[in-house]
Write a new protein. Structure first.
Length: 308
């Protein structure tokens, strides 16, 4: 067996349990320090991991805060189906709010053009949801290895009374002491898996034998080719005349709005093979997210406006 193959095999199923301990500690700190926390749930692998961590943190009781999903209306059907199944399976309260309602109310305007997406629009719906339920802490699945703007986040990341984030106002977090003090109107975004990597998440899913949406595994799907990437054919895509759908064997490495999340060609139907793919990949996980490529500082600007 080659040295590379041996190295890959060593990393499969090798999850450092100290990360789980840290994340469970953070979950419990959220419950202790805040009055109305919520867990932001996208249906992707990272938010599914958060649900499992919350189950462990508060066992044998139920998860003591709701799962909140901002539905763009352009989500993958498999993700929505999984969301509803998981809420029922865990007994967690599920709150869903819709970007379409924000559009109907005139709070946001539907984008037009080839790259139109509702991904950015969900920020307004999220901030309205936080205000509606008076959430003072929102738990999210962002990791520091995903994107450079996310590397600036603290575990407890304060948002002002307009829901905005200022990288210069981040608090020091010394000796794992998490400061949840906030002023009236402010809220905190909490990132329990900040110190995890994509590989850590997949090894955790493997070790915990967690269910995940089927689109993470290889399957046959109608796609189009755009900008050198494969996109799931959908009525939500503004296709050009030469973008002809065809069938391909693909899977999704990350899950977001159908209009901004590309697939990767893959035959991986098992988690071990997915991990091997990740270890040999030449682009990052979010390299298949067109919303991150709108500008050099796309993610940071959205975070400043109140994005997850």
């Amino acid at each position: 067996m080659s040295t590379l193959k041996t190295s890959i095999q060593d990393k499969i199923g090798n999850f450092p349990r100290r990360l789980e301990d840290e994340s469970i500690y953070i979950m419990r700190e959220v419950a202790a320090q805040f009055e109305r926390p919520a867990l932001l749930f996208s249906g992707g692998k990272d938010s599914i991991t958060l649900v499992r961590l919350a189950q462990k943190a508060f066992f044998p009781g139920k998860i003591p805060f709701p799962l909140v999903h901002i539905d763009t209306g352009h989500n993958f059907p498999e993700t929505i189906e999984f969301r509803d199944w998981l809420a029922k399976e865990t007994g967690a309260e599920l709150i869903v709010r819709y970007v379409q309602d924000s559009i109907d109310q005139g709070k946001v305007k539907e984008e037009s053009g080839k790259y139109a997406s509702r991904n950015v629009l969900q920020t307004v719906t999220l901030l309205d949801t936080i205000e509606e339920f008076k959430f003072d802490a929102c738990i999210g699945g962002a990791r520091r290895d995903e994107e450079k703007a996310r590397a600036k986040e603290r575990i407890f990341s304060v948002r002002d009374d307009f829901g905005q984030w200022d990288a210069k106002r981040q608090r020091p977090e010394l000796f794992d002491m998490l400061n949840g003090r906030i002023s009236v109107g402010e809220n905190v975004r909490v990132f329990p898996i900040s110190n995890w990597t994509e590989l850590d998440v997949w090894n955790y899913i493997k070790e915990e034998q967690m269910e995940i949406p089927s689109i993470y595994f290889s399957h046959q799907r109608q796609v189009i080719e755009r900008d050198g990437m494969l996109w799931a054919d959908s009525e939500h895509l503004n296709k050009e005349a030469d973008e002809i759908p065809f069938e391909a064997t693909v899977r999704f490495r990350t899950v977001g709005d159908m209009t901004c999340t590309a697939a990767v060609a893959s035959d991986a139907v098992e988690i071990d093979v997915i991990i091997e793919e990740i270890l040999s990949a030449e682009i990052s996980e979010r390299g298949a997210r067109i919303d991150d490529k709108r500008s050099e500082a796309a993610m940071e600007k959205r975070k400043q406006q109140g994005y997850f």
